[in-house]
Write a protein that binds this ligand. Structure first.
Ligand code: NIG
Ligand code: FE
Length: 411
């Protein structure tokens, strides 16, 4: 049995309970001072506070001295497009000349460009590149990550992306939750035939992916010039019948009803929500859907920021993620997302911690395992070079994760 004791924790801060926290409970964190954590075989066995040791130091394999620092749950990254060929730095001069995200896409660039490069890339090239991203994420304090396909569009390439994620989930310490997203863009050959493409997804792609257990969730880009609300509903209804959890890219650029649909269908999460209206928020609140907010994408698109405070007021569980992808957010730094949550969403440090731990964990079906520090849960933690979460939300541009611990192992 492998054992680890983390002692001298100045402040251990964590949400409590394996459920998505909305309303007032979004801002409720447990704070234990002068704490210690005892871990056996990757599971938290005991947490002590006020100077009491969780286990005798003489009787453990490894002792880590946190030297008075902050310890939180490992961060849970709830939304990425992690596997892709190439990059899109060539779009920046176009953006600076005034081209919008959808202008570039309509002109054959954007996601379409990444689809071309992803189809050209080999399994091994994609594996190596994605492995590098996972290493970087872990160094920044992330211990569980959602990852979407969506740059293949054809079944063969989509499966290649999901296979890369499956292999990395086996090989890399990061826990990866895969989402199948063939309805990420309308390729030129499908323009005007979107309904037929949706039928192809339903009849051929979804059953293939489900039979091979390559993804737990399904996602769709419900957006102007992409898929409309009714196409999205049909796609999601069929996905649900096959056993996929539901996610929607909703209200990112134009409000065309994606978040209303997410609430109506009681989706696990609705993602982006930059231009969500009151009707959409009421629907999410009613459906118990997690709002997966992506403020670094707002930053990078030069867009407005989702109305996070109003969502908390309405009791919608708010999560925050990076949206890491080569177009709208080429950053995987969840610490920066926390900074934006503080300054742009005006969330409190406690609400922010909930938004990057237990709430995204619940949105990807892992709330029972990770997202809080509690006895019996997986020992995924971060020792921060900071005394409190407020400092994490305030400092930006540096990596304050001093030591990431995954299943009781120092990584
Ligand atoms: O979440 N909106 C759709 N998908 C991504 C962007 C993907 C890309 O631009 O490559 C997003 O912003
Ligand atoms: Fe996205």
């Amino acid at each position: 049995m492998a054992t680890l004791l983390i002692k001298n924790i100045g402040c251990l801060q964590t949400p409590v309970g394996s459920f998505a926290h909305g309303g007032a409970s979004q801002g409720e964190n447990l704070k234990l001072y002068d704490a210690s954590v005892y871990i056996e075989d990757g599971i938290i066995r005991k947490i002590s506070a006020d100077g009491a040791l969780a286990h005798s130091e003489d009787d453990v394999d490894t002792v880590v001295d946190a030297e008075g620092r902050l310890v939180t749950p490992g961060l849970v990254e709830g939304h990425t497009h992690l596997v892709f060929g190439g990059y899109r730095q060539n779009e920046i001069p176009l953006k600076l000349k005034g081209a919008g995200y959808l202008d570039i896409l309509r002109a054959g660039g954007g996601i379409l460009d990444t689809v071309r490069k992803t189809r050209e890339a080999t399994f091994q090239e994609l594996y190596d590149k994605t492995e590098g991203f996972l290493d970087e994420m872990m160094g920044l304090g992330v211990t569980t990550a959602e990852a979407k396909s969506g740059y293949g569009i054809d079944l063969e390439t989509e499966v290649k992306l999901l296979e890369v994620l499956k292999k990395l989930n086996e090989d890399h310490p990061m826990d990866i939750v895969s989402t199948f997203m063939p309805a990420h863009v309308v390729l030129p050959e499908w323009k005007g035939r979107e309904a037929e493409f949706i039928k192809l997804c339903i009849d051929e792609m979804m059953p293939y992916v489900k039979e091979r257990n390559l993804a737990e969730y399904i996602d769709i880009f419900t957006e102007d010039s992409v898929f409309d609300k009714e196409q999205s509903r049909i796609y999601l209804e069929e996905a649900r019948k096959l056993g996929f959890g539901l996610k929607i890219h909703a209200d990112e650029i134009e409000s065309i009803g994606g978040s209303v649909l997410a609430g109506e269908m009681k989706a696990a999460s609705a993602e982006h929500l930059i231009v969500i209206n009151e009707e959409g928020m009421q629907s999410l609140a009613k459906g118990g859907t997690v709002a997966m907010l992506l403020p670094a994408t707002s930053f990078y698109l030069g867009a407005t920021f989702a109305p996070a405070r109003r969502m908390v007021e309405l009791g919608i569980p708010v999560a925050m993620a990076s949206d890491f992808n080569p177009g709208s957010c080429p950053s995987l730094n969840l610490q920066f997302v926390m900074n934006l949550g503080y300054l742009k969403y005006r969330l409190t440090p406690e609400e922010i911690l909930t938004a990057v731990t237990i709430n995204p964990a619940c949105a990807i079906g892992r709330g029972h395992l990770v997202g809080t520090l509690e006895e019996g849960k997986q020992a995924d933690l971060v020792i921060w070079d900071a005394p409190n979460v407020e400092m994490l939300c305030y400092r930006f541009g540096s990596n304050l994760a001093l030591q990431t611990i995954k299943k009781g192992i120092l990584v």
